[in-house]
Design a protein around this ligand. Sequence first.
Ligand SMILES: NC(=O)c1ccc[n+]([C@@H]2O[C@H](COP(=O)([O-])OP(=O)(O)OC[C@H]3O[C@@H](n4cnc5c(N)ncnc54)[C@H](OP(=O)(O)O)[C@@H]3O)[C@@H](O)[C@H]2O)c1
Length: 325
Amino acid sequence: MRKPMPYEQRGITSSRLAFGCMKLSGGPKALPISEETILQTERAIDAALEAGITMFDHADAYAKGQAEAVFGEALRRRPQLREQITIQTKCGYRVEEGKAKQYDFSSPHIVAAVDRSLKRLGVERLDVLLLHRPDPLMEPEDIAEAFDQLRIAGKVAHFGVSNVGAEQMRFLQRYLPVPLVVNQLDLSLGKLDWLDSGILMNRTIAKTVRFPEGTLEYCRAENIQLQAWGSLAQGRFSGRVMENVTEAERQTTELVGRMASEKETTPESIILGWLMKHPARIQPVTGTLNPERILACADAARQAELMTRDEWYALYQSSRGEVIP
Ligand SMILES: NC(=O)c1ccc[n+]([C@@H]2O[C@H](COP(=O)([O-])OP(=O)(O)OC[C@H]3O[C@@H](n4cnc5c(N)ncnc54)[C@H](OP(=O)(O)O)[C@@H]3O)[C@@H](O)[C@H]2O)c1
């Protein structure tokens, strides 16, 4: 029987997969809103809904705000959509002409950033707000004040973090008036430090694997939803033509392809299913805008249920490029 996701246990509506909006409106190119970028967004949203994906992951920094803006435009064209979806965005990333790039968790910045996101998205409330990357100058009391203000004003329903380790989460949580419900991290079949760090105890190589200790365990124990960014490994194992492919990557691509054809599914669903089989109940955030690839992710939860322990370890070992100790 399927175990509930941490979200569900907290009464938050979400799909098993989330749709990542980072590349909307040209991503780093930050294209101006046009009929073409709106249509691309609408096509991606339609494919996501068809694949059963109702959670959309934004950040104020994506496409310099244009990703939220173009999504907002698509919502304005179909206002009934708002009730069917869960909107998550992030703040705290600050890039301004003539200034050093920085993270900013000060209360005035967080509150103003949320107001700007609400305006661009054209919505009254964010379902989830994440702090994007830890600000070394953060004062937790200041963050607490911002969260309180946003919650009381009804502008944000739930709060979380991204790229934060267990100790920083514990530290923050001590001061916050609300529970952190999400931690979004770089987790995938292509980036294995989150698993390797847990199995390399007493091995010299452990010194080279850097992943904040106890982060998965803390999130599991505290019922915090782990989300995986980079979850498709940028297509590395599912057909993307890439330079400098290692032997391990070549073999993993072959193994993923073989499993997909044996199970009559897609490589994308195998890759995501592998992540979702982990008992932390990880929610992959996919970054493809290609409608066919979005639909290719739809079978991931089923593949997670079907995947055997042997298959899971075969994929892990293949991507590691060596047997576990
Ligand atoms: N919290 C953070 O710090 C953070 C950082 C990065 C990302 N994120 C979030 O996570 C989401 C996903 O991240 P991501 O984009 O790095 O992850 P991803 O899903 O692993 O990669 C998506 C990218 O890979 C390409 N791709 C996938 N399969 C392909 C294939 N078979 N052939 C060619 N290209 C392929 C996609 O291009 P097509 O569109 O052409 O398919 C897209 O550019 C983002 O949208 C964002 O919401 C969060």
